[in-house]
Write a protein that binds this ligand. Structure first.
Ligand code: FES
Length: 106
């Protein structure tokens, strides 16, 4: 069922950091960019690398396996060897709790 999921209190995901979670079997990386939260599928479209352990450079996350780059804000692929975008998910903060919706954003 499509619903919001509690991820962690805001203070547990400080700016510049990432929390990897599993929502209904789907790996999702929740990232704090300068106080704004974003959620992306934690699965590189090149060969399934986990993006949450990659470097964050500005609003870009770099796959730790072969260096593909994705926009954290839009999921757009920015550099090969990946050629397909990753899914993004709606994020909100409710009473100090970061929440992610389990259906991809449009
Ligand atoms: S698995 Fe991400 S670049 Fe290869």
């Amino acid at each position: 069922m499509a619903q919001w999921h509690d991820i962690a209190p805001v203070e547990e995901i400080p700016p510049g950091t990432c929390r990897s979670v599993d929502i209904d079997g789907r790996p999702i990386a929740v990232i704090n960019l300068d106080g704004e939260f974003y959620a992306i599928e934690d699965l590189c479209t090149h060969d399934g690398g986990d993006l949450a352990s990659g470097d964050i450079e500005g609003d870009v996350i770099v796959c730790p396996r072969h260096g593909a780059r994705f926009s954290i804000k839009t999921g757009e692929v920015l550099a090969p060897p990946a050629y397909e975008d990753i899914a993004t998910f709606p994020v909100r903060v409710e009473n100090g709790m970061v929440q992610v919706f389990d259906q991809p954003a449009d």
